[in-house]
Design a protein around this ligand. Structure first.
Ligand SMILES: [Zn+2]
Length: 647
């Protein structure tokens, strides 16, 4: 980062998050609003026109057609929903109104929404709107939709008062500082959140005023960037700018106005894209979450222009980050950066590894790659992140969220105070838990992809089909799918066989199939499906080791998809809510492990009474391990130094 917020953080820091990529189906034509970039026709002279040059091979279902059933994902979504409902709109609007010269007597929010924080507005007028819109789509929560509509209407008044189309909770002078390369935190980052929040309110809630607000902001952005030379703009891009390229692309997709795509591409940072296009990993030294949203924008440019250079950039980047720069949880970043050459991670363990915004954005990017090429490995990664990083980083008690997920041993999880955090990760978290519905199922014309094993129900009206997924996964090692069809439907149901599967089998209507899929593939069940048909998928889990790429003696233990963590002493409420990360140096010492060379998982044995619980055997320090996501207020250890003795 080139800038700082000197008030609410003790060190220079800024992060980015792209709100959900979105586009529109005309709501006159379609019963339910769409939620994905590729589903975006525009009406012109009575004709439906899509801007997409590269349609996705497989599509997600509109979020409104998927509902979660009981389980850890629904618990996380409900905690988020209650948190969003607890935020008063007048407090959210306070700094916007003050900045526009409109009266407000509301109590200001704290943290990164405080009236003197340079990032103010990013949550209140941005992430909050995206989260309300997504939560409405996922649950039908009318209160949040109404609150979102209120905020849009009041933001529109602020925008009118400011006259130029500019809308922010901070003065436009911040953009003068940006242009003059003076110190300022991240003005375009904040603008992106507000534009994306409004766009999401349009796409998911049909709020036309929100689209108008976003378009006026885009016009202001066009004018501001137009006045800068290419080289000058490239220097401006040295300051974190979030997903400006993405949201402007999505505005183009929604409206068909080509100017937006041109303005979007002014946000292409040459020095970042060029090495990626040449398949050179020059990521060392970069602030991680400044850059992932730029790759999501590249994915959109590929989809909207057909230029394969952008796909090349996105796919190379994804592979490099996932295979060389990610931990066992699927998270990436240490102290918000990539500090090393590829594959060097063993010494990159700290109290502030794996910023939450990074996984949020990597999950978004993964969905684009999967849309282009439905490869099971992409969803293996997605599952890894959902169950090891996204679950467990929201507090089920009050919906507060984490900033980092520390992976150095002996630390604990810290959560933001409800009205005094509003970190970047509070924002992306608020969105994430509102859209846990969006990737469970994908489809093409004649097939259904079951990507994730999460208790849920899918409506597919075009096929007259309803699918219920009953599972207690990951406590249950498998799932059950129950079909309900108005009339028999011939199609393929694709079941993801995860990378961790140790054998397994499938039964249709109680009858075992002779065939099964290999790990990290889709098992395709072609058949005419009718009401009452059931599929039972059995996926046995086993212990396995995930070691550091550069030191195989630094190991995490996994059980099926789950990262296991040693559970140590509970921490106090003060420690849980103290800051964005546990205090460096406050970790407890965790003893090394000794394991027999021939049995790398032999130092653990399963608890016969408690599911997903393991105990160490033959170690100096006796420890219990449980899934990392289940730990909320205890110190923990994920990576162990394992010394081997010959067996
Ligand atoms: Zn963040």
């Amino acid at each position: 980062m080139t800038t700082l917020n000197g008030l609410s953080r003790r060190k220079f820091m800024a992060t980015v998050a792209a709100a959900s990529g979105t586009a529109l189906l005309s709501k006159e034509l379609f019963a339910s609003p769409p939620q994905d970039p590729v589903v975006n026709p525009v009406q012109k002279n009575g004709k439906t026109i899509s801007q997409e040059k590269v349609p996705w091979q497989v599509l997600p279902f509109p979020i409104s057609q998927v509902r979660l059933g009981d389980g850890p994902c629904k618990q996380a979504m409900e905690a988020d929903r209650q948190y969003l409902r607890s935020l008063p709109t007048d407090r959210l609007l306070h700094t916007f109104r003050i900045n526009a010269g409109l009266p407000s007597s509301a109590q200001p929010l704290g943290g990164w929404e405080a009236p003197d924080c340079e990032l103010r507005g990013h949550y209140a007028g941005g992430h909050y709107l995206s989260a309300c819109a997504l939560m409405y789509a996922s649950t039908g929560d009318e209160v949040l939709k109404a609150n979102g509509n209120t905020v849009v209407a009041e933001l529109a008044k602020c925008q009118d008062a400011l006259k130029s189309g500019y809308l922010s909770a901070f003065p436009v002078e911040f953009f003068d500082r940006l242009r003059d390369r003076q110190r300022v935190w991240a003005p375009f980052y904040t603008l992106h959140k507000i534009m994306a929040g409004n766009l999401d309110m349009y796409v998911y809630c049909g709020n036309e005023q929100a689209l108008a607000v976003a378009e006026k902001m885009a016009a202001w952005t066009a004018e501001y960037t137009q006045s800068l030379s290419y080289d000058h703009m490239q220097r401006v891009l040295g300051t974190e700018y979030g997903g400006m390229g993405e949201v402007l692309s999505n505005l183009y997709a929604v409206t068909g106005k080509e100017d937006y795509l041109e303005v979007a591409q002014r946000f292409n940072k040459k020095e970042f894209f060029d090495p990626l296009a040449a398949h050179r990993d020059e990521l060392k030294g970069l602030h991680v979450n400044t850059h992932i949203p730029q790759v999501i924008a590249a994915a959109r440019y590929y989809e909207l222009t057909g230029d394969r250079r952008y796909r090349n950039i996105a796919e190379y980047f994804w592979n490099e980050v996932v295979s060389e720069r990610s931990y066992c949880t699927g998270g990436t970043s240490n102290h918000e950066s990539w500090n090393t050459d590829p594959g060097i991670l063993a010494a990159e363990l700290s109290n502030n590894t794996t910023e939450d915004c990074c996984v949020y954005n990597m999950m978004k990017l993964t969905r684009h790659l999967f849309g282009w090429n439905p490869d099971a490995g992409l969803m293996d990664y997605y599952e890894r992140v959902v169950f090891n990083h996204r679950l467990g980083t929201i507090n089920p008690e009050d919906g507060t969220m984490m900033y980092y997920l520390p992976l150095a041993s002996g630390y604990w999880k810290t959560f933001g105070k409800p009205f005094d955090a509003f970190w970047c990760c509070t924002g992306t978290g608020s969105e994430e838990y509102a859209k846990l519905t969006d990737t469970i199922y994908f489809h093409d014309d004649n097939s259904l992809y079951v990507n994730l094993y999460i208790s849920s129900q899918l409506e597919w009206p075009e096929k007259g089909l309803q699918l219920r997924q009953e599972t207690r996964f990951p406590e249950q090692q498998g799932t059950k799918l129950i079909v309900s069809a108005k009339s028999p439907v011939e199609m393929g149901i694709h079941l993801r066989i995860p990378y961790w599967a140790q054998g397994g089998n499938v039964k249709i209507n109680g009858q075992p199939l002779a065939a099964f899929g290999s790990p990290s593939s889709y098992l395709v069940l072609n058949r005419t499906w009718k009401t009452g048909d059931t599929i039972e998928l059995n996926l046995p889990m086993a212990l396995h080791v995930d070691s550091m790429p550069d030191d195989e003696t630094v190991q995490a233990m996994m059980y099926g998809p789950l990262v296991l963590a040693g559970r140590f002493d509970p921490v106090t409420k003060e420690m849980m809510y103290s800051d964005s990360e546990p205090k460096s140096g406050d970790q407890i010492k965790v003893a090394d492990i000794t394991a027999a060379t021939g049995r790398p998982t032999g130092w653990l044995e399963a608890d016969l009474k408690q599911p997903l619980t393991f105990h160490t055997v033959g170690q100096a320090q006796s420890t219990t391990l449980v899934p990392l996501y289940q730990i909320i207020n205890d110190r923990y250890a994920v990576y162990w130094k394992v010394n081997s003795k010959s067996s």
